[in-house]
Design a protein around this ligand. Structure first.
Ligand SMILES: Cc1cc2nc3c(=O)[nH]c(=O)nc-3n(C[C@H](O)[C@H](O)[C@H](O)COP(=O)(O)O)c2cc1C
Ligand code: SF4
Ligand code: SF4
Length: 310
């Protein structure tokens, strides 16, 4: 067996919340017993979730290759309600299924930022169908910027029958560097997330579910290319055939459907460099080595805060 130690920082947020690294573990979170429960859960008078009679029915739809985004989504979801269901949208297969939502649901669509936008994969939230269902468009980002992420998620939601009543951008650990966004969301972030959740609950209680417009910053289209050489060179994935037991988990869980289930080869033209394959492998078969500038923190941007759209 090759002598390689598993990168702990990739697991940080999931570990804090007691999440499993496996996709099955993520799916097994329906009901969210593992999540923080310090959020208020008073009854919310509303059209969504039945006025004042019971908690909002929050459906947390998360595409979260390495667990950071799911963990941040759970913080928000648990500030909104005790009644939270996780709908995992990370693997290629999970996004194939069409899911219908009721007008009484409150849906959170949450995804991470890759090169300033949503992860470039097929069917990101497009098979989720609303029925004038209230929705929060949520983006996570690794302390650089979520230029287009929330606005792209909002556009998808609107096109599929959801009423986007709020948006939020949450700072999380950066997958590619241990110094970027480390330990986020922290207590200040959580306070901002709770304040946002309270505003959403007030909005729902008021019965006036005005949609919000989230304007993105298109500069990322000029500056970054998610599938380009910068990410290929800064996110090296190593495969250790001696360690690999050919379980196929990485292929099943790949966010982009880029791993051949038989040969386990990665199609680099399809890969989005999200590192889920290294995150789910339990046998030290796949590893991720960030480029030295990420490792050494040369890309250290000044602290960014949670951004809300109300
Ligand atoms: C290839 C790649 C590109 C990224 N690009 C950005 C970016 O442009 N801006 C940013 O702030 N964070 C960026 N991030 C950081 C992620 O948005 C962040 O770490 C997120 O929490 C990932 O969590 P998840 O894997 O659970 O979705 C990038 C991460 C990866 C892997
Ligand atoms: S690399 Fe890891 S997850 Fe993929 S098949 Fe091998 S042991 Fe399984
Ligand atoms: S092969 Fe690429 S797209 Fe698939 S999980 Fe690994 S890094 Fe993500």
């Amino acid at each position: 067996m090759a002598d390689v130690s598993r990168r702990a920082f990739l697991k940080t947020s999931g570990a804090v919340l007691g999440l499993s690294a496996t996709g099955a573990g993520v799916l097994g979170l329906a009901g969210c017993a593992a999540a923080s429960k310090d959020a208020p859960s008073e009854g919310v008078g509303s059209d969504a979730g039945k006025a004042g009679e019971e908690s909002l029915k929050v459906k947390l739809c998360a595409c979260s290759p390495t667990g950071n985004t799911l963990a941040a989504g759970l913080v928000l979801a648990n500030y909104l309600s005790d009644d939270v269901e996780v709908i995992d949208q990370t693997s290629y297969q999970s996004r194939m299924k069409k899911i219908d939502f009721e007008p009484t649901d409150l849906v959170i669509m949450i995804g991470s930022t890759i090169a300033g936008r949503t992860v470039e994969v097929d069917n990101l939230f497009t098979n989720l169908k609303g029925s004038d269902t209230p929705c929060i468009a949520a983006a996570c980002f690794g302390n650089r910027k979520a230029e287009m992420t929330a606005s792209l998620i909002a556009d998808t939601a609107k096109a599929n029958g959801f009423n986007v009543i709020g948006g939020i951008e949450i700072v999380t650990d950066h997958t590619l560097g241990r110094f970027l966004g480390h330990g986020r969301p922290d207590s200040d972030d959580r306070a901002a997330i709770q304040e946002f959740a309270d505003s959403i609950k007030e909005k729902i209680a008021s019965g006036s579910l005005e949609p919000v417009t989230i304007v993105g910053d298109e500069s990322c289209y000029e500056n970054y290319n998610p599938k380009g050489t910068i990410y290929r060179s800064t996110t090296t994935k190593e495969y250790y055939p001696d360690n690999c037991i050919k379980c196929g988990t990485c292929a099943q869980e790949c966010t982009a459907g880029a791993i051949d289930a038989t040969t386990l080869e990665i199609d680099e033209d399809v890969c989005v460099h999200c590192q889920r394959c290294t995150y789910v492998c339990r046998h030290q078969g796949r590893y991720f080595f960030p480029a030295s500038e990420f490792e050494q923190g040369e890309h250290y941007w000044s602290r960014k805060d949670v951004v809300v759209h109300l």
